[in-house]
Design a protein around this ligand. Sequence first.
Ligand code: MG
Length: 385
Amino acid sequence: MDLTVNTPVKKLVVLGSTGSIGTQTLEVVRAFPERFEIVGLVNGRNTELFKKQLEEFKPVFFDTLGDIDANYAGSQFAPVEEIVSRPEVDLVMAAMVGCAGLLPVIAALNAGKDLALANKEVIVMAGDLLMKGAREGGAMILPADSEPSAIWQCLEGETSYPSRLIITASGGAFRDRTWESLSDVTPEQALKHPTWSMGPKITIDSATLMNKAFEVIESRWMFDIPFDQIDVTIHRQSIVHSMVEFADGTIKAQLGPTSMLQVIQHALMYPDRHENSALPKLDAVSMGALTFEDMDQSLYPCFELALEYGKKGGTYPAALAGADEAAVELFSTGKIRFTEIPDVVASTLANHDVIADPSVDDAIEAARWSTESTLSRHNHCTILS
Ligand code: MG
C-alpha cells in the first residue's frame, strides 16, 4: 500500500539544524524528498556545516549566530521568530540546545505551528505555558526524545488515563561507579555514553541524570500527570524506551533500537509510519536479556535536586535549566569538578528570587539570571589535579 499518494508535502523549519538531532532530522528529510520541504534552517555557530545545509536544502529563510551573507545560495536571512511564524510552515523541529530555544518555540506555538520537541529545556522552563500555548493555538507537541516518544506511542489509541509512567534510564556514563570516585572524571569520560550517541550537553546531563529529571518534568507537562505517578527505572540496554501502566495493571512498553532516527521520523511523519532503509532494526532474539533496576539515588544527587525544584514550580524550573546549562559548561571547560555540578546548581537555586506565576519573559529572565550568576561565581576557577 502506498500511503504517500495524495499526502501533502509537509513544510518544515529546523531549529538547531547542525546539532545531533538537527542533522538526523535532515537525514530523515533526505530519505523522503517527496514528503518534506525545508522552509527554514536555524543554527548556532557551526557555520561550515550550516552553509552546506543551505546549499543542499535551499530553504527560503535562514537565521544563524554565524557570519553568513544575508543572501546565501538563494536563501534569505530572517529572524528566527519570523521564520517559524510564516504562514506556509506546518511543523517546527525544536532541536536547539538549552534555554535559548524557548522564544522561537513560543513564537511557533503562538502561530499555531505543530512542534516536534527535542529541546527539553524549554518545556522544563515553562511547561505550563507551552502546553497552554499549544492548546490555544490548536497545535500539537510531538515528542522528539526517545522516552516521551515511547510514552506517547504507548498512549496512542487509549481512552483511559494512565495510572503510572515508567521512564527508563540507561544510568549514564558512570552507572557502575560510586559518587565519591567521580571527583576526578574528565569531560571526555563523561561524554562516553554507554548506549546512545547524542550531543555533548545532553550526554553530560545523562551522566548526572539531570537529563532524566528533565524528562520527568517534561512528562509531567506533556502528559498532564502528577509527579508522584512518574517512576524512573534503570534499564541498561536502552531498548525499552519507556512504559505506561493503566488502572487494570496492564503495562505497555515501546521498544526500539538505540537510534534517534526512528523517534525523529515518527514525530515528523505522525501519524504515518514508513519504511526507511536507513533505520536500524531490532531483532528480539539477539537483543538478549532486558533488565530493570532501582535507581541508586546516592549516585545521582542532581536527579533529586532537579525534581525538588521542578515540583516547586514558578520560575524555579527555568532557573534550574539555566544553572544546569552553566554548570555543564563550567565542567566541560575544566572550571569545576563533575561532583561539584549538583552543589553549583543548588547554590544558584538557593539564591533565586522566585516568581510564583511567571510569564514567558519571567522564565527567560530567570534562566538568564541563573546562567550568568552561576558562570560569574565560578568562571575564575580552575581545577588543580
Ligand atoms: Mg531521552
